[in-house]
Design a protein around this ligand. Structure first.
Ligand code: FES
Length: 101
């Protein structure tokens, strides 16, 4: 089963056993992960996360996610939007950390 580790200031604060194909947003909601959200629809960039490990275990981003990341000068695989990113089926560990402004 895939695992998502949420980190804060470089330290793990929450580890979630994730469902195959699960969304990062659902995991954040279900486990009170330290990732802020606002629009939840790839518009504002509030939910940007740095992917510290396992970017290959996430589905490829769609154009709307890429556009928002680009507006902040960021891009996959190092950065993703938590409201968009989903785990691939059969994925392993993913470590993410909210982007601090
Ligand atoms: S919450 Fe606005 S882009 Fe994800």
């Amino acid at each position: 089963m895939p695992t998502v580790v949420f980190e804060k200031k470089g330290k793990p604060v929450l580890t979630v056993s994730a469902p195959e194909g699960g969304s990062i947003q659902d995991m954040c909601d279900d486990h009170a992960a330290p990732v802020p959200f606002s629009c939840r629809s790839a518009c504002c960039g509030t939910c940007r996360v740095e992917v510290l490990e396992g970017a290959d275990n996430l589905d490829a981003p769609e154009d709307e996610e890429l556009d928002v990341l680009d507006a902040f000068g960021q891009a996959p695989p190092k950065h993703r939007l938590a409201c968009c990113a989903k785990l691939k089926t059969g994925g392993g560990t993913v470590r993410v950390q909210a982007v601090d402004e």
